[in-house]
Ligand binder design. Structure first.
Ligand code: FPP
Ligand code: MG
Length: 406
């Protein structure tokens, strides 16, 4: 616990925090986009947005008041006393990638397969999923008057990162991407057949690790993630005709593609701690809200961040034909976006025009507003867990997610 309240951060923590938009302090600084919300004031929120927040648990009675009074933003997140989650979990996280590489090695003697499968396990990722899973595990263990981290819970953290990586490998093939995490994406270096099988291999090894946990409910919970990932990715291939349907479609897709993995892995570690249904549900809802916020910010950053900062190309979603939250919100002010969405920005000039209209609209501010609602809800849920550095770090994570720059 030496990290609590400490002004000094280890090199790895600084690096990770910078990746998540923090410098050497956890104390929250308003991001540029949030400042802009305050400056310009947000337009009355669309009915779609308000309805989504009500339907999806991002509106508490307090935030409901904020909606009805249509204030500029949901206000500052509380200060969480400089707890640094990466530093707190330094020992738990430091060998995660080594252990994943080793697990993959034990399961194949084919060097090329191992090389491709381990390409993204180079320690350059944010390790958000293992970090959140271990934080939740330790927080729930403490909540239940137990201490430490169960080996099975650490396995879930590894499994979450493996499923994530397998899905990214498949995604890079589908998106024909060039760049990820500041280096050529895996599909650039090896052919699609080998890359796809390397993704399958990671998933297969992760499945064996799930089976070794010998817990049927945890197996079902983690298997749900894979079903959701595939369905989310499949949903992304299609779009809906009417505006309302489109937003619901986007949010369901976002849950399946991004939030389900975080939600179900934190639920799994809670179940492994022996938590009751109510506590497991708190964990699940925390992960769901963090996951939705994370993807909303990702979709926002695609419009405002540089490729250099992100380590992958930006403005990529429009080029891929995807209408994410900023575009869907922008539609309210600029209905001429509707036909462009329907033709997936395929006509000459569509991408440039849509990009410009999004920036002229309130779409970016509304996206951040919605992301912040989910972060606040996640922090509120973490607040219902018995107090510990891990529980407080779960609150910090929601803060990092909303303020991340890449
Ligand atoms: C990144 O999306 C992709 C995902 C979060 C999930 C992709 C899921 C699949 C390909 C289904 C198959 C799943 C498994 C487990 C094999 P993005 O393109 O929006 O993000 P990016 O900019 O980082 O590429
Ligand atoms: Mg992609």
């Amino acid at each position: 616990m030496a990290c609590l309240g400490s002004g000094r951060l280890c090199a790895r923590s600084v690096e990770k925090l910078c990746q998540l938009g923090q410098k050497t302090q956890i104390r929250r600084k308003p991001s540029a986009a949030f400042v802009r919300i305050k400056e310009v004031g947000i337009q009355p929120l669309s009915r779609t947005l308000v309805q989504h927040c009500k339907d999806h648990g991002a509106v508490t009675s307090q935030s409901q008041r904020l909606f009805s009074s249509q204030q500029a933003g949901p206000g500052p997140l509380p200060d969480y006393q400089n707890v640094d989650p990466y530093r707190l979990l330094e020992d738990d996280l430091k060998d995660i990638y080594r252990d994943i590489r080793q697990e993959l090695r034990w399961n194949t003697n084919q060097d090329e397969l191992h090389t491709i499968a381990t390409y993204y396990f180079d320690g350059q990722g944010k390790a958000l999923r293992p970090m959140v899973a271990i934080l939740m595990a330790r927080a729930i263990n403490h909540h239940m008057h137990k201490s430490g981290l169960l080996p099975a819970q650490r396995q879930v953290a590894m499994i979450a990162e493996m499923i994530h990586s397998a899905s990214l490998i498949h995604d890079d093939v589908i998106d024909q991407s060039d760049f990820r995490r500041g280096k050529p994406s895996v599909n650039v270096l090896w052919n699609h057949k080998k890359v796809t099988m390397a993704g399958d291999f990671i998933l297969a090894v992760a499945s064996m690790m799930i089976a070794r946990l010998r817990d049927n409910d945890v197996t079902l919970t983690l298997s749900q993630v894979v079903t959701d990932l595939v369905q989310g990715e499949f949903m992304q291939l299609g779009s809906k005709e009417t505006e309302n349907e489109r937003f619901a479609h986007y949010l369901t897709k976002t849950y399946r593609k991004t939030a389900s993995l975080i939600a179900n892995s934190v639920k799994a570690v809670a179940m492994l701690a022996g938590a009751d249904e109510k506590t497991s549900e708190v964990a699940f809802q925390y992960g769901r809200n963090v996951g939705l916020a994370f993807q909303l910010v990702d979709d926002l950053l695609d419009f405002v961040s540089s490729s250099a900062a992100m380590g992958k190309p930006t403005a990529a979603d429009l080029k891929l034909g995807l209408a994410t939250a900023p575009v869907l919100f922008a539609c309210e002010k600029f209905p001429e976006l509707n036909p462009m969405i329907m033709r997936r920005f395929q006509e000459a000039g569509d991408v440039e025009k849509a990009f410009e209209l999004v920036h002229k609209s309130q779409g970016l501010e509304q996206t951040r507003f919605l992301a912040k609602k989910h972060c606040l809800e996640a922090a509120r849920l973490a607040g219902s867990i018995r107090e510990s550095p891990y529980q407080r770090s779960l609150m910090v994570v929601s803060d990092l997610v909303i303020n991340r720059m890449k």
